[in-house]
Design a protein around this ligand. Structure first.
Ligand code: ACO
Length: 378
């Protein structure tokens, strides 16, 4: 074994060999199973993309139909899960509610048969099917209302928007939402995927894996940034205030939310697609002053930080799109989780294929051989 130097944040250290996705951060290229993200966003659907990620190949028409049907059939959640959610504080963050509910699924589907393909498929189907229902259910429960039951005649994306708003969405809005799910479905060895793989490597159940990944995604340096972008754009308030806001952030060495990425040193290709989507959406539904502020901020940040490779990441424009779809700000990260479940499950399957439990080393920098100090002499 080759010992290597400690790298904070494990920067540049491979944590797995993977065929799930590929990023080239120097040129802004992202592929799922070798297929460019641009092609998937234009031609695929979220469930087809999820199938591609998880099973490693495009489904034949019959396989896709069966997969979609199974997922539709498993959308409902048990009334006990709903009742459990009713005990959550309404002020709790929806990501915390999702993490607890995802973990609770493991109580109801507790068989752990990792060498049984039917078990694996069943868990994949259940997680893809039930996570959106749980996110929408908590939204109603925290307002004191009963959750809206899923509708079998609606697509995956349309059904989620329906469960959330109790209204069948315009097909264009459902299409936009489906593309957002495709764009967020997978992204190599990010923090939550690493978390998923570490948890998977202990051979625990997939519900625990998704719960641990949801907990990791929740932080503001990862999935939580899209929420913070909207708060930041509201705080800036107008295009004229962009420059002073940026100057102040730079002077205090604060991070600008929605910018920067460990891997991308150019604009994130997902941000480019999302920006185009946001423009189409605003053209149909009316403009948004926050978008003008976002454009001005992107330009100002490029001037000041472009030389450091700091450009918009996926979170910069996703919040603006979600806001236009009528999604509450604190559901942005749970929606990210709905999509990323596909990537986590793909990595779960891949981890199982060649599993070795994660057990890295550390560089101990503490002291040695110290005496025990009795309480009275401390
Ligand atoms: N605003 C201002 N400066 C930044 C930003 C930013 N958003 N991001 C990085 N920098 C600067 C740092 O200050 C640092 O400068 P220095 O070398 O002069 O000290 C340099 O760029 C490197 O930054 P690090 O934080 O060391 O980069 P790292 O790879 O560790 O972090 C991260 C990447 C966490 C995404 C960071 O860019 C960040 O905090 N961005 C804001 C939060 C955000 O948008 N997160 C979403 C990421 S996408 C996702 O998770 C889906």
């Amino acid at each position: 074994m080759v010992a290597c130097e400690f790298q904070p944040g494990l920067e540049g250290i491979p944590a797995a060999q993977s065929q799930v996705s590929f990023v080239n951060g120097q040129v802004g290229k992202l592929e799922y199973r070798g297929v460019p993200i641009e092609a998937l966003a234009e031609k695929s659907s979220f469930l087809e993309t999820a199938y591609l990620l998880i099973w490693g190949k495009f489904p034949k028409a019959d396989d896709l139909e069966a997969f979609q049907e199974d997922i539709t059939h498993h959308r409902r959640i048990k009334y006990r899960i709903r009742d459990m959610m009713k005990c959550f504080p309404e002020s709790g963050h929806p990501m915390d509610a999702l993490q607890a509910s995802a973990a609770a699924l493991g109580l109801f589907y507790s068989r752990r048969a990792l060498d049984d393909p039917a078990y694996i498929r069943g868990a994949v189907v259940r997680l893809l099917a039930k996570i959106p229902t749980m996110v929408a259910a908590f939204e109603h429960i925290r307002k004191g209302n009963d959750p809206v039951q899923p509708r079998d005649d609606l697509s995956y994306a349309a059904n989620f928007l329906y469960m959330l708003n109790e209204q069948e969405p315009d097909p264009f809005l459902a299409h936009v939402f489906d593309i957002c799910l495709i764009l967020h479905a997978e992204h190599t060895m990010n923090a939550s995927t690493f978390s998923a793989r570490v948890t998977a490597s202990t051979l625990t159940d997939p519900y625990a894996i998704v719960a641990s990944a949801v907990g990791t995604l929740a932080g503001p340096l990862h999935g939580g940034a899209n929420e913070e972008v909207i708060t930041m754009l509201a705080e800036i308030g107008s295009v004229e205030k962009v420059q002073p806001f940026l100057e102040e952030k730079l002077a205090t060495k604060s991070k600008i939310m929605g910018f920067g990425h460990r891997v991308y040193k150019v604009k994130d290709p997902r941000a480019k697609i999302l920006q185009k989507l946001a423009e189409e959406l605003f053209a149909r539904t009316g403009g948004d002053p926050a978008y003008e502020i976002a454009l001005a901020l992107e330009k100002a940040v490029a001037e000041k930080l472009g030389s450091k490779g700091i450009y918009p990441n996926v979170d910069f424009y996703s919040g603006l799109v979600y806001q236009k779809l009528g999604i509450p700000t604190d559901l942005f990260t749970p929606i990210f989780a709905i999509a990323r479940v596909a990537g986590w499950l793909a990595h779960w399957r891949e981890q199982l294929e060649t599993n070795r439990i994660y057990r890295p080393s550390q560089v101990y920098v503490g002291e040695h051989g110290l005496p025990y100090i009795t309480p009275e002499s401390r």
